[in-house]
Design a protein. Sequence first.
Length: 198
Amino acid sequence: MEILRFSIMVLIGGLIGWLTNKVAIKMLFRPVNPVKVLFFTFQGVFPKRKDKMAISLADTIEKELLSKEVILDKILKPENLESLKQEIMDTLLERLSEKIPSMVRMFLGSNVDQMLKDFLDKEGDQIFIDLIEKFKEVGLDNLNIREIVVERVNALDFIEFEKIIFGLMNQELKHIEIIGLILGSLIGVVQYVITYFL
């Protein structure tokens, strides 16, 4: 009889702990829209604070993960720059060569293309460096990671936002439910011990 009583108390305690945590997790996301019951208004924590969460997330991403400088440094890695420079110089040479009228070619002689190539070989590095510096300057001035993240999060439908959060934290949320089950079961054991000795 005592074993049955013990088992029931442990099971009920575990079930209560598991259900409590499951409901608490669900209430983080539900209800999506405010629901008024008597004098109280209920809304899930995340839907209610989505705007503030977007700002907080944006600040964290910008300060800790992806600053403007980090993004530009990744785009403008030395190994990328060399091939980019060659493509720009080749395209520039081709376009300039196409744009020179035949009359000008007559006066300058047949080696106009060679003159352009020599000029780009001599001045190309400096032209490219100036272009990259200007790109960095304009990029740093106009790239606002915080604004982009806030805008993207706010544009998400809350159900999509919920899926993202669940996708990131699914395993952790399951652990919280299991911890509730274990703690509830332990409380059931404690209750049994207390009632047994009283």
